[in-house]
Design a protein. Structure first.
Length: 294
């Protein structure tokens, strides 16, 4: 699931977002088993491979190193902390450092935005061309093309939030693989039904919503939009965790129904899960019934 989230929200290569934290975990926490060492070598290949080595090539690896470095440091500092707490703090720390680096260099943000926008546009252009070829070279419906391009423009505006979500999911993949290979444990991340995070972060979501609604300035509105998307995704995941906890898990039919909803009614399904997740901030049914944090 984590890998699917990382790939679905990726604005940079998800393989890089997984490889960098994993390699750092291996070097800092140890490579006492052959499997960990081999996976570190593969991760190093992923990080050094790729052409052309343009600005985005370096940017995505620099970001992955920032997130991975923060996660490793937090793991050393608080090894007993829940994965979700360490991953969220790692992304926040990386954002703070990146903001300082971008802020001290004139025009840096414009360059980053352009590079990421070009990556998104190229990826969508390739997908549309592949879809056209699958239709025997027949032109795609104008309404579909327009809808796709509108979605792309929206993605460009909230790519920092998408990058944050993808980074957290990638940290989960890297940590799970490391724990699996180093100790044989498959509980490095914990089950989704126990996913939670600090309740006070609801104020971050509310502040983002206020910035988005009031639209005092364009830049503040964009900060609000990214905050709402990022925190909204976390609350949707928390809502899903509550549903799984109360229902005792989904049956095969339940998973099919969920997949159907995500494909055909994603706004309704995600909004419903988000509302449940936000409500859990005050109700916290799982803690009352004895669930532990993930």
């Amino acid at each position: 699931m984590l890998l699917g989230v990382a790939m679905a929200t990726a604005v940079v290569q998800p393989s890089v977002l997984v490889a960098a934290p994993y390699v750092l975990l291996g070097f800092v926490l140890g490579m006492r088993r052959l499997g960990v060492f081999v996976a570190c070598l593969l991760g190093a290949v992923v990080l050094t491979w790729g052409a052309p080595r343009d600005a985005l090539w370096y940017l995505e690896r620099g970001w992955a190193a920032l997130v991975g470095g923060w996660f490793v440091a937090l793991t050393l500092r608080q090894p007993q902390a829940a994965f979700s707490e360490r991953a969220l703090a790692a992304v926040a720390g990386a954002v703070a450092v990146a903001a300082v680096l971008v802020g001290v260099r004139s025009g840096a943000w414009t360059s980053v935005e352009w590079a990421v926008g070009e990556r998104i546009s190229q990826g969508v252009g390739t997908a549309l061309e592949a879809l056209r070829l699958m239709r025997g070279g027949e032109a795609l419906p104008p309404a579909l093309v327009t809808a796709v391009h509108e979605t792309v423009e929206a993605q460009k505006k909230v790519f920092p939030a998408l990058l944050g979500i993808s980074s957290m999911a990638s940290l989960g993949v890297a940590w799970w693989v490391y724990m699996r290979l180093s100790s044989g444990s498959d509980q490095g991340v914990g089950p989704l039904r126990e996913f939670r995070f600090n309740d006070h972060l609801v104020w971050v979501f509310i502040m983002g919503l206020l910035l988005l609604v009031t639209r005092w300035e364009d830049i503040l509105a964009r900060v609000g939009a990214n905050t709402v998307v990022f925190m909204g995704a976390l609350y949707a995941l928390r809502g899903a965790a509550v549903i799984l906890f109360l229902s005792g898990g989904l049956s095969l039919f339940g998973y099919v129904l969920l997949a159907f909803g995500l494909v055909f009614l994603p706004p309704l399904v995600l909004t419903g899960a988000m509302v449940i997740g936000i409500g859990d901030t005050w109700l916290d049914v799982r803690r009352k019934l004895g669930s532990s944090p993930a």
